[in-house]
Design a binder for this molecule. Sequence first.
Ligand SMILES: Cc1ncc(COP(=O)(O)O)c(C=O)c1O
Length: 263
Amino acid sequence: MPSVVPKIAEVLGPTLSFLTDPELNAMLDDPAVANFALGNPQEMALPELVSALRGVLEPQDKNWFAYKMNEPPSQRTIANAISPRLGVRFAAEDIFVTNGGFAAIASSLRALAGPGDEVIFISPPWFFYEALILAAGATPVRVVASAPAFDLDAGAIAAAVTPRTAAVLMNTPQNPTGRVYPPEQLRELAAVLSEASRRHGRTVHLLSDEAYYRIVFDGRRFVSPAAFYPATLVLYSYAKTLLAPGMRVGYIAMCLRCRTQGA
Ligand SMILES: Cc1ncc(COP(=O)(O)O)c(C=O)c1O
């Protein structure tokens, strides 16, 4: 198989040039300039977060700072917190704690797709999606969501699905457009993916990156695609809500029971 490294360098190139541009970086030294380029916080971390961290700083056993797999209390806490908000009853074993959203996306892609598979992503996308799909060995397939509304185009997604489609990677509220997809569009997408999965005899998984699900304004309501499509993996990073991207904490949530019984 040819190396995917040159292709990854090609798709990340423009972003890396932008981020390392000396003129931009000189401007960022000015304290009056707010830098929204990489999602770093513009405000101090929340006192509640600092106090929670202080509370667990003292080791309570020898494994306190050991290498960790999933910790059942964390899985339970996450499952109980997100179930009512997302409208899906997650069990503790449905939660996989990850090193941030990056790892949640990358691990899911690697688990579900590889060489010969295609992964559909919605464009304009978060700048790393295409590179992460390539890094999993799969082929990225771009489906455009058009301005000004940037709606999900279920028809275009249906047309892009082939027997090689392993997954659709999407994001709501969407970075960079800000679009919060309404339930009707998510229902339509679910119908398209259910039909395509049946037709091709292969489940098309939905990777739903929900890094911004708690950051909605103007009375808009976030709805998770997981409420409509059982083969959804909810991918989350605590970075944005907690103003602490350096902490690298996130999760994959997939309702395993829903996959066989319906959501
Ligand atoms: C849409 C989206 N998904 C995932 C991530 C990655 O989150 P993290 O850096 O916490 O892994 C980001 C970060 O900017 C993002 O904007």
